[in-house]
Design a protein around this ligand. Structure first.
Ligand SMILES: Cc1cc2nc3c(=O)[nH]c(=O)nc-3n(C[C@H](O)[C@H](O)[C@H](O)COP(=O)(O)O)c2cc1C
Length: 211
C-alpha cells in the first residue's frame, strides 16, 4: 500500500524568500503570506496544526482554525475542558504550523497560549451560526461518549429549547503570543529558504536557517 511513497516528491519552484524582501516585523510577513495564500485556491488557509504538551511532556497535535491575528497574537476557539485545553493549563507552551502547499510555504510559530477575555469569547460565539453554537454546547469535547445518538440527542434538546444559546463557560478562545516565527519557502533541489524571527528585548531578530 505504501509502495510508491518513496517516489512521491515535488520540486519547489514557485517563490523565494530573502532577508532583503522579508518584513522587519514577523506579523507583517505573516499577514503578507496569509493574504497571498487566500488569493490561491487553498482550502481553509486559516487551518493550523496546534501542538501542546501535557504535564509529563507528552506532545499531542490537532488542527484548529485561526480566527484572529494582530500584534497581540493568534487566536483560536475551543473547549477549555478538551485535551488541548487541559494541556494548556498544565503547560502554556504551544506550537502552531500552517502548511500552504499552493504557495509551497510553511509557517511555524512557537509561544505561550492564554485565554482571551470573556468579552472576546462572547462576541465570537455570538457571531457563529446557530448550529455551530449548539454543536459547541452539545459536545463534551474530547470525552468518550456512548454513541453518535448520544450527541444528536443533546443537540436536539438544545435546538428545541426556547432560550437562545449562551456561550458555555467551558468554551472560549486562546491567544498564542509568539516568541518565534519561522517562514519556510520551498526552493529547487531542497535548498529551501528558512527565515526565523526571534523575539528579543530589542525587537525581532532575523536569522537564516539551513534547510
Ligand atoms: C479543518 C479542521 C478545523 C478544526 N478547527 C477546530 C477549532 O477551531 N477548534 C476546535 O476545538 N477543534 C477544531 N477541529 C477539531 C480538532 O482537530 C480536534 O479534533 C478537537 O479540537 C479535539 O482535540 P483535543 O482532543 O486534542 O483537544 C478542527 C479539525 C479540522 C480537521
Amino acid at each position: 500500500m505504501t509502495g510508491n511513497l518513496a517516489n512521491m516528491r515535488k520540486n519547489y519552484m514557485r517563490n523565494s524568500l530573502d532577508e532583503t524582501s522579508a518584513a522587519v516585523d514577523p506579523f507583517d510577513q505573516f499577514q503578507t503570506w496569509f493574504n497571498e495564500v487566500r488569493g490561491t485556491d487553498a482550502l481553509e488557509a486559516n487551518s493550523m496544526t496546534l501542538a501542546t504538551v501535557d504535564q509529563h511532556g507528552a506532545p499531542s497535535a490537532r488542527t484548529v482554525l485561526l480566527k484572529e491575528c494582530d500584534q497581540r497574537g493568534l487566536v483560536f476557539y475551543t473547549n477549555h475542558d478538551s485535551r488541548k485545553g487541559r494541556n494548556i493549563v498544565e503547560n502554556p507552551a504551544v506550537a502552531l504550523v500552517f502548511n500552504w502547499p499552493t504557495l509551497e510555504r510553511q509557517v511555524r510559530i512557537e509561544g505561550l497560549a492564554s485565554r482571551v477575555t470573556d468579552e472576546e469569547s462572547d462576541a465570537y460565539f455570538q457571531s457563529r451560526p446557530v448550529g455551530s453554537q449548539i454543536g459547541a454546547a452539545a459536545s463534551p469535547q474530547s470525552e468518550p461518549v456512548p454513541d453518535r445518538a448520544f450527541l444528536e440527542a443533546r443537540f436536539e434538546r438544545l435546538s428545541n429549547s426556547a432560550e437562545s444559546i449562551r456561550r458555555p463557560a467551558n468554551w472560549g478562545g486562546y491567544r498564542v503570543t509568539p516568541a518565534m516565527f519561522e517562514f519556510w519557502q520551498g526552493r529547487p533541489n531542497r535548498l529551501h529558504d528558512r527565515l526565523r524571527y526571534d523575539r528579543t528585548p530589542h525587537g525581532w531578530e532575523i536569522i537564516r536557517l539551513a534547510p
